[in-house]
Design a binder for this molecule. Structure first.
Ligand SMILES: [Zn+2]
Length: 88
């Protein structure tokens, strides 16, 4: 895939990837008798929820690892296509 702005506008480094949003569940231990709960320290990551973040004007959000910037995707047409996700 190719991006219109492949290098970080702030530091000039190459993009190392897209910024993704993934949902997770920070799990509780079983509740005490009075219903008090505490975190178990384990977070279950819901990988099926993973989506690529985009800017308000629908550019793909890229990162150099430190900064984030939006860039149009030049090819293929969509991130889903680049990830090999079926539209069927
Ligand atoms: Zn940077």
């Amino acid at each position: 895939m190719r991006f219109k702005v492949p290098k970080c506008p702030q530091c000039g480094a190459d993009a190392i990837g897209t910024v993704e949003r993934v949902w997770g569940i920070a799990e509780f231990d079983p509740p005490d008798e009075d219903g008090t709960v505490e975190y178990s320290g384990y977070t279950r990551i819901l990988w099926d929820s993973q989506t690529t973040e985009s800017t308000a004007n629908d550019a793909t959000l890229l990162t150099c690892g430190t900064h984030e910037w939006g860039s149009d995707l030049l090819e293929p047409d969509t991130i889903e296509e680049a990830k090999g996700v079926s539209h069927a």
